[in-house]
Ligand binder design. Structure first.
Ligand SMILES: NC(=O)c1ccc[n+]([C@@H]2O[C@H](COP(=O)([O-])OP(=O)(O)OC[C@H]3O[C@@H](n4cnc5c(N)ncnc54)[C@H](O)[C@@H]3O)[C@@H](O)[C@H]2O)c1
Length: 263
């Protein structure tokens, strides 16, 4: 089971580049905010600024969706929300299981934002027998022995792993064996999955390291400005940060570096 790739190809089968797919949630978030304010249309420049993306890239991204906007009017906000939601598969309900209901798993289970984005927490699973039957976010935790049955009974295709690192690969293998084809991995370990399974890894410590670099650079710039000298820390740190950013965002996503990255 534990063989094969951990990355998707750069281009999805429908011809939308992975980097564009990675920016769609940024557009959707900006568009949803406009929709909530009942804004009917938006220009590519306004939307690009709201999403933190370059406007030429935005227009190119939307051309993959077949959305070109209307000259002088811009893009129809509601229609774009629909189009992007549909492209991301959010117009259907996705049952999700969370495995490992400790501090993080419980916090994720309690996060209200999943449901509003089309993700329904179908089951919570933990290996600790003391947890079995205990409600977390109103859902009784089920024992890990039943993982395969739970996945099959609920038609789950997305699994969230919030176990300790040492258990993550085994949990991943069991999820995949039961039919899960997408994994969101919070455990600090690389997972190996067969072809056809997507893994996204969330690592907040990497995000913090990138912020630490920016803090260091700002401090270096301040010191250099005070002394009138170039900032050696900033220059030296730039290569390391560029490498860190490449690793965190290998497909060149614009805007904020996502906390979720390919495994
Ligand atoms: N990616 C991030 O940014 C981030 C942030 C915080 C924590 N983490 C990671 O998330 C994981 C969980 O952290 P936590 O603080 O919630 O830990 P925790 O110890 O509170 O919870 C882990 C839970 O997993 C359960 N578990 C262990 N083995 C299992 C198995 N084989 N099957 C099912 N359940 C199993 C345990 O019973 C426990 O309830 C850790 O790997 C941690 O390093 C990642």
């Amino acid at each position: 089971m534990a063989t094969g790739r951990t990355h998707r190809p750069a281009t999805r089968s429908r011809g939308i580049p992975e980097a564009t797919v990675a920016r769609l949630p940024l557009y959707l978030r900006a568009l949803t905010a406009l929709s909530e304010r009942s804004v009917p249309t938006v220009s590519s420049e306004e939307l690009a600024a709201a999403a933190g993306v370059n406007s030429a890239k935005l227009r190119k991204d939307f051309s993959y969706l077949g959305s070109y906007g209307t000259r002088g009017v811009g893009y129809d906000v509601e229609y774009l929300v629909y189009q992007i939601s549909r492209e991301l598969g959010l117009t259907q309900d996705w049952p999700v299981v969370i495995v490992g209901i400790g501090n993080l798993g419980a916090a994720l289970a309690n996060y209200g934002g999943f449901a509003s984005r089309g993700f329904r927490v179908a089951a919570l699973i933990d290996a600790d027998p003391a947890m079995t039957g205990k409600p977390v976010a109103g859902i009784p935790v089920q024992h890990a022995d039943a993982l395969e049955d739970i996945v099959r009974d609920n038609g789950v295709s997305i699994g969230v792993i919030a176990t300790p690192a040492g258990a993550a690969q085994q949990v991943c293998d069991r999820l995949v064996g039961a039919g899960v084809t997408s994994i969101l991995n919070f455990a600090p370990t690389m997972l190996t999955v067969p072809d056809g399974v997507d893994v996204r890894k969330v690592d907040l410590s990497i995000e913090l390291q990138i912020l630490a670099f920016h803090e260091q650079r700002k401090a270096g710039e301040d010191a250099a400005a005070d002394s009138g000298m170039p900032a050696p820390a900033a220059v030296k740190g730039a290569a390391a940060a560029a490498a860190a950013m490449d690793e965190a965002d290998p497909k060149g996503t614009d805007g904020e570096a996502p906390a979720v990255m390919p495994a």
